[in-house]
Design a protein around this ligand. Structure first.
Ligand code: SF4
Length: 348
């Protein structure tokens, strides 16, 4: 179904029209209490996901991607965590909602799939039961039989062969790729407006990875899903995302439409990620590794957080005051030398 022709509602719960923006994250901050005091793991992150489009959230492990997604899903709570800023899902503010209110939205308006689908599925229940349970929780007054029929329909939709029979099987009877399809069936069973996909293909081999990406694109076309696609792999982003945001040290380093990011990166960290992507045709003829590792959140350096690892760092320019995210139009970058550097992207 063309998203433009679907019966997608653009009215939020208070009657405001949220247009095609299905997820809007503004100034999101997450702090964890550690033995070093309060550490800011996600620092004023802004993201926009539109209906029928995919935003890639990219960065190495420890950059803050997964914590951002958990904060959006309302899965961070307790005395050792503080979440502030704004997360609007189809026009509705999520920050400050109770657990019960978030439970009513998770699985219905916003879905999530993870890197390890087998861990997310309960080994003690059949896959059909697990999908039917989600459908019954959010579907008004559906009988068990109707929910089971819906579970079978969803398994067919995600390409599980012999779905009526396989619905009665357990997760251990499915391959990794098939488990990811089951997770997808469960995540979209109630036709959410937003899907968060956290490294959904990282644990899969290349062929199965391509199949899962194709399936995601197919479901997106059909349902008009807005997808937040979290990955460390810019090669995967190139195939799937309309826009990209690069995170490092909990901060956005660069954001742009995908083409601009690939052909004309403006942040040295993005250039490094591109150059270290094996299947990207980068102008440099050798595979590159960014020196060093992401420091822990209690040890971010002053000035540009990337400066200890950046080959373009300049004393007195990059290591003093904090660098703002700046730029024109859709292409924003957090680099004090962005205007003078000529960085290498993918060959056109
Ligand atoms: S501000 Fe300096 S250290 Fe940071 S990315 Fe730009 S050039 Fe590198």
């Amino acid at each position: 179904m063309d998203p433009a022709e679907s019966d997608f509602e653009t009215q939020g719960p208070t009657g405001e029209d949220f247009g095609d923006v299905v997820l809007e994250v503004s100034d999101l901050c997450v702090q964890f209490k550690t033995e070093h005091g309060w550490s800011t793991v996600v620092d004023h992150v802004n993201l926009i996901v539109r209906r029928g489009e995919t935003l890639g959230l990219v960065g190495e492990s420890g950059s803050g991607k997964t914590v951002t997604s958990l904060a959006i899903m309302g899965l961070l709570s307790g005395p050792r965590v503080k979440v502030s800023g704004s997360v609007k899902l189809a026009g509705r503010e999520l920050i400050g909602l109770s657990n019960a209110e978030m439970n009513a939205l998770r699985g219905k308006t916003i879905g999530m799939i993870f890197q390890e689908p087998r861990r997310a599925l309960n080994p003690a229940f059949t896959v059909g039961d697990q999908i039917a349970e989600v459908v019954r929780r959010h579907g008004d007054g559906l009988s068990r039989k109707q929910a089971w029929a819906k579970a079978v329909e969803m398994l067919e939709l995600v390409g599980i062969p012999d779905a009526p029979q396989r619905a009665a099987e357990y997760p251990h009877q499915f391959s990794g790729g098939m488990c990811q399809r089951v997770m997808l069936a469960m995540a979209v069973a109630c036709e959410p407006v937003v899907l968060i996909a956290d490294e959904p293909t990282t644990a899969l081999d290349v062929t199965v990875q391509a199949q899962v990406l194709d399936l995601l694109a197919e479901l997106q076309d059909r349902m008009g899903l807005g997808i937040l696609f979290i990955t460390h792999d810019l090669g995967v982003v190139a195939e799937t995302c309309d826009t990209v945001a690069v995170l490092y040290g909990g901060q956005m380093m660069e954001s742009a439409v995908s083409e601009d990011m690939y052909f004309d990166p403006r942040h040295p960290y993005t250039e490094g990620l591109l150059a270290s992507t094996p299947d990207a045709q980068v102008r440099a003829d050798r595979l590159f590794a960014i020196a060093g590792t992401v420091p822990p959140a209690w040890d971010w350096p002053d000035g540009c957080r990337f400066h200890p690892r950046c080959g373009y760092a300049k004393a007195g320019v990059c290591d003093g005051v904090a660098i703002p995210l700046a730029g024109e139009g859709d292409h924003l970058v957090r680099c004090a030398r962005a205007d003078e550097l000529r960085l290498e992207g993918i060959a056109r």
